[in-house]
Design a protein around this ligand. Structure first.
Ligand code: ADP
Ligand code: MG
Length: 306
């Protein structure tokens, strides 16, 4: 199966939380495949399962069932030692709360150098030099000597990106890194993520509840009720007048069992309910209202039914 070759692969991923005898199904059979070197955004309403997914992918949480693999590591049934190594070496993480990403008593440069020293990757001058380079990549080289409380929210998050990639992880996860920032500042953080993605080749998955980010990345996947529901792809095309234009295409996600989710707007527009009729046409599939009795004022779906 080619989709099993992705750098990040989830298939039928399930996470059930049990609290006080009540079960919450946070992920209900989620499928996702991300290529090596991709920069992917995940959007979805609050409670749709985005953080649950990222916590699993970053090795902080364990799925209840399904397949989850990142950079060849199987996230189900990892030993404690493998999990620790995975979290230290394979993945980097940026949290929404700026205070959770940086140590308050260290300068920006010291914050970036710290994980290298702890992992034994680089020490002293070498660590400081590399930290300086990473700060330059994310666009805050001039902030190297400042402590977090002397940085703006956006600068703190860009510094957090540099910290997260200090040890050259294969994958970087960011959970709503711009959640506390205004739009312009959020744009700067996304620009830093794009630069890191392009320059270091690290695969990046960034979660946000802000649908406007679709304009910041090539591919955006939407999660609804713990499943991937749709995705938007952007690509550049040279128009007839020679000007580059951006083409945006929206797709519904078809899972391995053939399930797909209709956009709420489509369902509402035709008042679809309970069951629909499907017709296979030579080059498309038709979805029609499945009412047995045509409702008055209904669409052409009733008129064409004999
Ligand atoms: P999002 O990040 O998209 O807002 P979450 O992944 O945080 O969504 O949550 C998905 C669902 O799982 C929600 O209904 C949430 O209440 C529930 N949930 C998340 N974490 C836990 C937990 N530790 N215990 C119980 N329920 C949880
Ligand atoms: Mg969340």
């Amino acid at each position: 199966m080619d989709r099993l070759d992705g750098h990040i692969v989830c298939e039928g991923l399930v996470r059930i939380f049990k609290a006080d005898g009540i079960e919450v199904v946070a992920l209900q059979g989620l499928d996702l495949s991300v290529e090596r070197g991709e920069l992917l955004a995940i959007v979805g309403a609050s409670g749709s399962g985005k953080s649950t997914l990222l916590n699993i992918l970053s090795g902080l949480d364990t799925p209840t069932a399904g397949v989850a693999r990142v950079a060849g590591v199987n996230l189900l049934g990892m030993s404690a030692a493998t999990r620790l190594r995975y979290r230290r070496r394979t993945v980097g993480f940026v949290w929404q709360q700026t205070s959770r990403n940086l140590l308050p008593y260290l300068t920006a440069q010291e914050n970036v150098a710290l994980p290298m020293t702890l992992a034994g990757h680089a020490r002293g001058r070498a660590a400081r030099t590399r930290a300086g380079e990473l700060l330059e990549l994310v666009g805050i080289a001039d902030c190297a000597e400042r402590r977090p409380d002397q940085l703006s929210g956006g600068e703190q998050q860009r510094c957090a990106v540099a910290v997260a990639v200090a040890n050259d992880p294969e994958v970087l996860f960011a959970d709503e890194p711009t959640g506390e920032l205004d739009e312009a500042t959020a744009g700067e953080v996304f620009a830093a993520l794009r630069t890191i993605n392009a320059e270091l080749g690290v695969t990046i998955v960034v979660v946000t509840h802000d649908r406007a980010v679709a304009g910041q990345v090539r591919r955006t996947v939407a999660i609804r009720d713990g499943r991937t529901a749709s995705e938007v792809r952007r690509s550049a095309r040279i128009g007839r007048d020679g000007v580059t234009e951006t083409v945006t295409e929206e797709y519904a996600v078809l899972d391995r069992s053939g399930r797909l989710q209709l956009p709420a707007a489509f369902v509402d527009a035709l008042s679809l309910r309970d069951r629909v009729r499907l017709n296979l046409e030579p080059d498309h599939v038709e979805v029609r209202s499945g009412d047995v009795e045509g409702r008055s004022g209904d669409t052409d779906a009733t008129e064409e039914r004999r």
